[in-house]
Design a protein around this ligand. Sequence first.
Ligand SMILES: Cc1cc2nc3c(=O)[nH]c(=O)nc-3n(C[C@H](O)[C@H](O)[C@H](O)COP(=O)(O)OP(=O)(O)OC[C@H]3O[C@@H](n4cnc5c(N)ncnc54)[C@H](O)[C@@H]3O)c2cc1C
Length: 411
Amino acid sequence: MDFQDSPQDAQFRAECSQWLGAHAQLKTRSDEIFGPDLAPAERLQAARQWQAQKAAAGYGAITWPQALGGRGGSAAQELIWRQEEARFCVPSGYFSVSLGMVLPSILAHASEAVRQAHVAPALQGEHLWCQLLSEPDAGSDLGMVRTRAQRCTDGRDGWLINGQKVWTTLAQFAEFGLVLTRTDPEVPKFDGLTSFFLNMQSPGIDVRPIRQANGESEFNEVFFQDVFVPDSQRVGALGAGWKVTLTGLMSERLSIGATMPPDLWRTAAAMMDAAPWDGQSALHDGRMRERLADLYLNTHGLWLMQCRGLTELSKGRAPGPELSVGKIIAARTLQDFSYLAMDLQGSAGVLGHEEQGQAWRQVEQLWFGSASMRIAGGTDEIVKNSVGERILGLPPEPRTDKGVAFNALPR
Ligand SMILES: Cc1cc2nc3c(=O)[nH]c(=O)nc-3n(C[C@H](O)[C@H](O)[C@H](O)COP(=O)(O)OP(=O)(O)OC[C@H]3O[C@@H](n4cnc5c(N)ncnc54)[C@H](O)[C@@H]3O)c2cc1C
């Protein structure tokens, strides 16, 4: 494992830092959040502008090929960029589904004409793409997708889509979406799926934001009623929807790990130092120090795991499935941090940032966000199943649906 930047990476880090220093404000505290009082639509607008600035300077998509407007950089450079960007108060994260998951599928499977028309506006933040996979009865097992795409029978060269998606992040703001549909229910469940991209303003699409516990509406229900999509908007071959989806899911897995705020344990230590506990600082309490030590060890362990993954990538090998364990540890660690912060406040821990001050926003965000991180992109249980099978070599879960036509599966 290599923990140090190579001379080239060190130079790249210095370039990033210099550019960021000229175009953004350094955070005054590591837990500072961009535009805390902006409305969601305003924050997204700021994120679009920031993405456009980055794209113009060659930082919009570090690992994408230069021919597509990317930088043609390495995975290590991508991580360096994220580490440097995290030191500045900027609206980051809004394009992680659009550019980190959906566009990789478009780049890999859509036609040249589609790439020519759609990649640049997505990279510049002008178009936001959402990912329409999950349904009320198809989340962990996307093979159960029921949203139907059926060939038009009125002479048009296209399809009519009917059904419902759920948990679609930022669909209420997205210009385009990539939807996974069932085109053939008479073959085994993963073989009858096909992907299409569509304009989210198409007639027949109804987007309904879901109000979350934190008061925001980051995701949505999306209903399709006779939504027409031309065949030219099919992404990949007929019946190859699962392959298209896997490209996006794999890209998501590779980007996991950069989600941990780098100074979290320091923030926790400062909170502990400031919290009165039995007449002195909480740092004097052995049980509290134990929780701090756990936080530090998990954060550091994740960093080492990330270094190992990057070392593999730099040697031209794909990182192993152990990287996905990182998501479980990261989500748990973030959750533990928010529990710890609340415990330190005693009964005042139930109050919000309105009473506790701006610094409490990070705790609130992590309290809600870390719980959803344990579900998004594969629940803890699904990741553990994959660890059991792919790392520990345990027998796979029994599969009763293998080779069975989708419409013959029990409902
Ligand atoms: C913040 C967030 C953003 C999201 N954004 C999107 C998005 O943009 N687009 C999109 O399509 N989806 C999105 N999702 C949906 C997400 O992919 C699903 O929630 C996730 O895959 C789990 O599916 P589910 O909610 O249907 O739960 P289910 O699959 O119904 O699982 C319910 C419970 O059963 C357990 N379980 C299921 N199968 C097994 C098994 N085989 N073994 C053991 N336990 C099992 C699960 O672990 C879970 O605890 C998002 C979710 C979140 C939380």
